[in-house]
Design a protein around this ligand. Structure first.
Ligand SMILES: *Cc1c(COP(=O)(O)O)cnc(C)c1O
Length: 368
C-alpha cells in the first residue's frame, strides 16, 4: 500500500501527539499542558446561542467577529489578524505560505516537535539550532546561512532560509527569550520569524506590538492553553496585512466553524476570567517548582503552565511509569544530543499535590 503514497510522505514518521486516556478511564492528565479549570461561563452561552442560530449556514470565512475582539485586545488593526482551527492550523498555513520544497526552515532545539514535521511535509529542510545549556538563544539563531545544506536528491546546495520558528515561552523548558534579544534577532534575520506565543498569557510578555514595526514579525496565539479551550480548536496569528492576505490564499476557505468562532470571541472578551485563572496556575506552578527542587530535581524557571524536570543522578523514565501506574499522566521526553526529562503540566492544587506526593513516594522506595 505504501507505494501508492508520495514517497516523501511514506518516509517520514509524522507528529505523535500526547497520550490520550481511554474513555471512562480516571486519570489526572498532566501531559499536554491543558488548563485544569473549566472555561469561562460566557463560552457555554455563546455555544448554545450559535448552535441555535447558525448551523445551517457556512461560517464567516474570516471570523470577523473574533478579529474585531482580538484587534481591540492587542491594540492592532483587524486586518493584521488571521484565525485558524487551533494554532497548529496557522503553523501549517505559515509553512505552506513561506517555505517551498528544498528551502530552509529554522527552529531552536529542543522545542515544539511539530515544526520539524511541518518542514518535512513541505519537502523543506529543518535546520535545528541548539539552545545553549541554560536555554538561552545562541547568536547562530539569527545568522544568515552562508554555505547552505546539501539536498541529498539533487546534491545541490540549498540555503534559502525562508522562515524561522521561535516558541516563546518555549516547550518543554517553559523558558523565555527576552524581548530585547528577539528585536535584535528580527533585525539580523533575512526572513520572517514566527513567535509562537501558545503560553504567553502565563508569562505576561508578548511580541504582538512588534508586528507594527516590522513586517518580519509574525505572532501566533492559541485558545487551547490559557483559555481552557483545547477541545474547541481555535488560534490566530498577528502579522503585516500584506502577509495575511497571502496566507488567506493558502488556508481552507472555512477553516473555523461557526460555533468555535462564537465561543472563541466570548472567551477573549472575558479577560477577567483569564487573569484570575492564569494567576491561580502561576501560583501552583511556583509551588511545583519549589517542591520538585526540594526532591532533588533540576527545574528550570518556567514562564508557562508546565515545568521541565531533569535529574542528575537517577533515571526519570521510571518515575513517568510509576506515575502512570497510579493514574497520573505526565510527558516523558528524550531529546537526542540533549537529554531527557519530565514535562509536567500544572494541574489544580489537588492534582499537582498528588503528583508530587507520588514522585516523593517513588524516591523513598528507591532509597530503601
Ligand atoms: C500546544 C501548542 C500549540 C498548539 O496549539 P493548538 O492551538 O491547540 O493547535 C502550538 N505551539 C506550541 C508551542 C504548543 O505547545
Amino acid at each position: 500500500m505504501k507505494s501508492y503514497v508520495r514517497s516523501d510522505i511514506a518516509a517520514i514518521r509524522g507528529y505523535a501527539s500526547g497520550e490520550q486516556p481511554k474513555a471512562g478511564e480516571q486519570v489526572i492528565k498532566l501531559n499536554t499542558n491543558e488548563n485544569p479549570y473549566p472555561p469561562s461561563e460566557a463560552v457555554f452561552e455563546a455555544i448554545r446561542r450559535s448552535a441555535d442560530a447558525r448551523l445551517s449556514r457556512y461560517p464567516d470565512p474570516f471570523a470577523s467577529e473574533f478579529r474585531a475582539a482580538a484587534a481591540a485586545l492587542h491594540n492592532v488593526p483587524e486586518n493584521t489578524i488571521l484565525c485558524g482551527n487551533g494554532s497548529d492550523d496557522l503553523l501549517t498555513i505559515l509553512t505552506r505560505t513561506f517555505v517551498a520544497s528544498g528551502e530552509l526552515l529554522r527552529l531552536p532545539y529542543p522545542s515544539y516537535v511539530l515544526y520539524k514535521t511541518l518542514a518535512e511535509l513541505q519537502g523543506a529542510f529543518a535546520e535545528e539550532v541548539r539552545f545553549n545549556d541554560d536555554w538561552s538563544l545562541p547568536s547562530a539563531f539569527s545568522r544568515t546561512p552562508e554555505v547552505g545544506l546539501v539536498d541529498p536528491k539533487t546534491a545541490k546546495r540549498e540555503n534559502r532560509l525562508q522562515l524561522t520558528f521561535l516558541p516563546n515561552p518555549n516547550s518543554p523548558s517553559g523558558t523565555v527569550v527576552p524581548k530585547e534579544q528577539i528585536t535584535r534577532v528580527v533585525e539580523r534575520l533575512p526572513c520572517p520569524i514566527v513567535i509562537d506565543e501558545a503560553y504567553a498569557d502565563f508569562a505576561g510578555i508578548s511580541c504582538a506590538d512588534l508586528v507594527a514595526t516590522s513586517p518580519k514579525v509574525i505572532v501566533t496565539r492559541t485558545l487551547s492553553k490559557s483559555y481552557a479551550l483545547a477541545g474547541l480548536r481555535f488560534g490566530y496569528c498577528i502579522a503585516h496585512p500584506e502577509l495575511i492576505s497571502q496566507m488567506n490564499k493558502v488556508k481552507d476557505s472555512y477553516n473555523c466553524d461557526a460555533i468555535s468562532i462564537a465561543a472563541a470571541t466570548a472567551a477573549i472578551l472575558d479577560q477577567e476570567w483569564l487573569t484570575a485563572t492564569t494567576q491561580k496556575i502561576v501560583a501552583t506552578r511556583e509551588r511545583m517548582e519549589t517542591s520538585m527542587q526540594q526532591l532533588g530535581f533540576r527545574v528550570v524557571k518556567s514562564f508557562a503552565n508546565f515545568t521541565w524536570n531533569t535529574h542528575d543522578s537517577i533515571p526519570v523514565r521510571p518515575i513517568y511509569e510509576h506515575l502512570k501506574s497510579h493514574g497520573i499522566l505526565v510527558r516523558y521526553m528524550d531529546y537526542p544530543q540533549w537529554g531527557d526529562g519530565l514535562r509536567i503540566s500544572v494541574g489544580t492544587d489537588e492534582q499537582t499535590d498528588r503528583c508530587i506526593e507520588l514522585v516523593e513516594q517513588y524516591l523513598t522506595t528507591q532509597k530503601q
